[in-house]
Write a new protein. Sequence first.
Length: 271
Amino acid sequence: MKILVTNDDGIESPGIWALAKAMKRVGEVLIVAPDRQQSGVGTAISFHHGLSITEAKSSIPEVHAYAVNGTPTDCVILGLDQLADEGVDLIVSGINTGANIGSGVLGSGTVMPTRVGYFRRISSFAVSLSRHGPQDRREMLFHLGGRIAELLALAIRRDEMPPGIALNVNVPSVPAGETRGVAVTKVASIAYWQRRTERHSDGLSYHRLSPIEEDAPGIEEGTDIWAINKGLISITPLRFEITDHEIMPALRESVCSLGCDLGTPSPGVND
């Protein structure tokens, strides 16, 4: 099995090396990652400047690593189209420092590289380590994230999951023996990170981001935020079909009227 590993925290992040070590136990690993921090860039692709690829020092025998002066999506595209000699069977992104859950998932530089895999029918998943949940330790305990990534990769290798699957995995930062279980979840429709304003004695107001309160209203059971707050490993299947099929019949009627007002037919109205 040939596995492409990337992230958005950069090639020097300890999380990507923890992930690569876990993936090395499953198959042949190629690392292609940004040469600097790229958190929050979502699906961004570099159009306005050239990209350079530099071979990086690898601490894992038989694993080649490359740093790219671009985004995580750039890295995946270059990995698939230029650096992987014989194709890729699996794309894995992470292990990110901090959870990627709730409505912010769409802007995540860790999660969105799975979109490239989705449209190329290559199985992919992102792994993030929660640091601010009620059950989390503040230490970066990558072992559990690496272990769940290894188990998922093995299941994909054994064809135990649908082909071309895309997953978003969030893992509590707890010792492996203290995990409370695994939940298959959906993405919460609310934001995990909340902006708070604090007024200090100096008379200035400070804006800070902090995770949503554990008992905040609107946290729906079965969502990724709910799972992390319960100390569970959250696994969310993703899809990137963005057409709103439910509204199409009503929209066709509106387009028909619009076409009549313009004096032109509207093709596809009755499809």
